[in-house]
Ligand binder design. Structure first.
Ligand SMILES: NC(=O)c1ccc[n+]([C@@H]2O[C@H](COP(=O)([O-])OP(=O)(O)OC[C@H]3O[C@@H](n4cnc5c(N)ncnc54)[C@H](OP(=O)(O)O)[C@@H]3O)[C@@H](O)[C@H]2O)c1
Length: 217
């Protein structure tokens, strides 16, 4: 399978790429790193990337920015950072990517725990994650050519514990193999229209229709 991964050199992307690279052809994409570069907040850049990559079997986005700050400090422009990057960046990857996805192919987007359990300073980041969840549920009703679409929504991941741990008090980081399993479920499996939540345990409130990945002892 030919898999295009945006954010392939990031904390999560690196592990997802490593988990797939032996059996699949990976096109690694970054903002500055990788085989090809893209700025997902710009449609022209997305179109240029796909023209270079050609058709693929899976389009995976593990990238997207949003500004973190107190609601009091966030300006309208600050909110547009997340809207243009993590929200519309991923929507545009699907919108434009349909032309470059082989029949039966899949889109895998990335959101995160903040959609369901925001922490301090995340009015913007939580909002765009929630927007992508709604987008996935609506897009699945209309996508053609056997395309599938899912979002992976992980809690704080183990490899980002040092960097972001202080922002997530009481959150137990999720093991990286559990995170990569979530992406595999979307890319290699049959799930469609799902928000694949990767949580360390069942201590949180659950929503009907959630998909969970459990590692039983
Ligand atoms: N870290 C966590 O605990 C966690 C948990 C749940 C969800 N998430 C979400 O998962 C995503 C990735 O997180 P991460 O921690 O792996 O991030 P990261 O380590 O900062 O890596 C981000 C990757 O995305 C690329 N990228 C960043 N901005 C881009 C843009 N505007 N256009 C194109 N590519 C861009 C980077 O390219 P370069 O390689 O060129 O720099 C890099 O490869 C984010 O959306 C984050 O919110 C993270």
């Amino acid at each position: 399978m030919k898999v295009l991964i945006i954010g392939a050199n990031g904390t999560i992307g690196k592990k997802v790429t490593a988990a797939l690279k032996d059996k699949h052809e990976i096109i690694k994409i970054g903002k500055t790193s990788g085989d090809l570069q893209v700025e997902i907040s710009e449609s022209a850049s997305i179109e240029k990337m796909f023209k270079k990559s050609g058709k693929v079997d899976a389009i995976v986005c593990i990238a997207g920015d949003a500004k973190w700050d107190k609601f009091d400090n966030l300006s309208e422009e600050d909110f547009y950072i997340g809207i243009k990057s993590k929200l519309m960046g991923q929507v545009n990857l699907v919108r434009i990517g349909r032309k470059y996805l082989n029949p039966g192919g899949s889109f895998t987007l990335t959101t995160g725990i903040l959609a369901d359990h925001p922490v301090d300073k995340t009015t913007s980041a939580a909002m765009v994650n929630g927007g992508i969840h709604s987008f996935v549920k609506a897009a699945v009703l209309e996508l053609e050519n056997g395309f599938r679409i899912n979002a992976v929504s992980a809690d704080l991941v183990e490899d980002a514990k040092e960097k972001y741990g202080e922002y997530f008090p009481g959150h137990t980081p999720v093991a990286m193999d559990k995170v990569t399993d979530g992406y595999k479920k979307s890319i290699l499996g049959k799930l469609n229209g799902e928000i694949i939540r990767i949580l360390p345990n069942f201590s949180r409130n659950l929503n009907m229709g959630d998909v969970f990945l459990l590692k039983l002892p």
